[in-house]
Design a binder for this molecule. Structure first.
Ligand SMILES: [Zn+2]
Length: 204
């Protein structure tokens, strides 16, 4: 393995651990797809987490503007899936600290824990295991900016864009592997449904 694992190495690892699954899946928003990712399956082994975190930290370090502010940098993740990667990246890049945004129920806005707020002007890299719709990461970015932080980058292990993925504009964006799954709006538009393939509902 190289210090920055290749797309093929990451995809192989995700398939071997069962994190990346082929089939016919229905997301809670009604979309159907031929691929599904459940990253915690790959994160069960700490050496996998280390490999991914070190790879991402090296990509971040290659950005001179981020490298220059590493000692001041906060790594912020959406709980809970982003937390292992966030701590892994923080340790590998030697950033200042980690914290996270969370919510108790799906219909509540993201928030930080009580008494935890960014410093004015605090530079932040957003980290997560996967970028799919980007809904939660965009909400976390807004929450940070509303509290005075400056988001300087976004890093995820896997980029799996959908037709509705949030556009982060010119924010520096890093990922280790990109998967182009097929997405279908609903049952009527789904080729896998038409082929009579059994459908599995996924929770997130
Ligand atoms: Zn379908």
């Amino acid at each position: 393995m190289h210090l920055i694992p290749t797309q093929e190495e990451i995809v192989t690892l995700l398939r071997e651990t069962g994190a990346l699954r082929d089939g016919h899946f229905r997301y809670p928003n009604g979309m159907h797809s031929n691929e599904y990712m459940q990253m915690p399956l790959a994160m069960r082994q700490s050496q996998h987490l280390r490999l991914m975190s070190v790879g991402l930290s090296r990509k971040l370090r290659a950005n001179p503007e981020i490298r220059a502010i590493v000692p001041e940098l906060s790594i912020v993740a959406p709980a809970t899936a982003g937390l292992p990667v966030a701590y892994g990246v923080c340790e590998a890049i030697k950033a200042k600290q980690v914290y996270w945004g969370e919510r108790e129920n799906d219909d509540e806005p993201l928030r930080f824990r009580q008494y935890l707020l960014p410093e004015p002007g605090e530079p932040v890299v957003l980290v997560d295991d996967i970028l799919r719709s980007g809904t939660k990461l965009s909400e976390l970015k807004k929450l940070l900016e509303a509290n005075g932080a400056v988001v300087v980058g976004l890093a995820v292990v896997l980029y799996q864009p959908t037709p509705n993925t949030f556009d982060f504009g010119n924010l520096p964006f890093y990922y280790l592997a990109k998967l182009d799954a097929s997405y279908y709006r609903d049952t009527a538009a789904c080729e896998l449904c038409q082929a009579g393939m059994p459908l599995e509902k996924v929770w997130v």
